[in-house]
Write a protein that binds this ligand. Structure first.
Ligand SMILES: N[C@@H](CCC(=O)N[C@@H](CS)C(=O)NCC(=O)O)C(=O)O
Length: 234
């Protein structure tokens, strides 16, 4: 049997899930190599040749001469172009999809990532910085409000279909609990989260390489939070 085109290197994080969601929703065969942060596999010289940033996710397309793509937004865009899925051919809808993809990549991801860092890593390891927690928490809430406004009267961020903009944004917005940012009163956002919660293929993707229910406020959150803080102690 021939190897699948796409070889995905990833871990169970908000950025790491994005290509998994695409591949599962698109029914695309792929090979998965889980990357262990504990073993610092994302910093290994051979991996850094594929992803100069030393982070996950990365794909290698065997169907395109082993072409490597890093940055989760660029990966979604590449996959959308390769497979002709989840990105409209209509020029304006296509532009809107890329606008919301960039909004996630440049706003939601970095801001939520910082509040998660200060709440879930710095604070439990003895470096409590309330100013940073408030600054990044308030900015995250503001960005989630922008999403809520966008989602008024619409099922998806762009057009009538689930797109790479939704796929990029969902794992972050769904992890608002882990960021300790409230989504109370954001009815359109919550309805959109519920809509994606009901997509079996997206939910199957979130189980890989391993499930992280604590990100979504489920399971033994205290134990998961303690283990996470300990893992990033140094
Ligand atoms: N902008 C990058 C961010 C990638 C990123 O920060 N990945 C994190 C996990 S979500 C990572 O690899 N962390 C491990 C490390 O920092 O060494 C993307 O979207 O791909």
């Amino acid at each position: 049997m021939s190897q699948p085109d796409i070889h995905l290197y990833t871990a169970s994080t908000m950025n790491g899930w994005k290509p998994l969601i695409f591949l599962h929703e698109g029914d695309i065969d792929y090979e998965l190599t889980p990357i262990s942060f504990a073993k610092k596999e994302q910093k290994a010289p051979d991996y850094v040749k594929l992803n100069p940033n030393g982070r996950i996710p990365t794909i290698v397309d065997r169907g395109n001469g082993g072409f490597a793509v890093f940055e989760s937004g660029a990966i979604l865009w590449y996959l959308a172009e390769k497979y002709g899925k989840f990105l409209s051919d209509d020029p304006n809808l296509r532009s809107e999809t890329l606008q919301w993809l960039m909004f996630q990549m440049s706003g939601i991801g970095p801001m939520m990532g910082q509040v998660m860092y200060f709440q879930r890593i710095a604070k439990p390891n003895g470096d409590d910085v309330p100013y940073a927690i408030k600054r990044y928490g308030d900015e995250t809430r503001r960005l989630l409000e922008v999403l809520d406004t966008r989602l008024a009267g619409r099922d998806w961020l762009v057009g009538d279909d689930y797109s790479i903009a939704d796929m990029a944004t969902y794992p972050w917005a769904r992890s608002h609990f882990w960021a300790t940012v409230s989504v109370e009163g954001l009815d359109n956002l919550n309805a959109w989260l519920d809509r994606i919660d009901a997509r079996p293929k997206t939910q199957a993707a979130l189980q890989l390489p391993e499930p992280r229910p604590a990100f979504f406020g489920k399971g033994d959150v205290a134990a998961a939070a303690a283990a996470n803080a300990a893992r990033f102690k140094d």
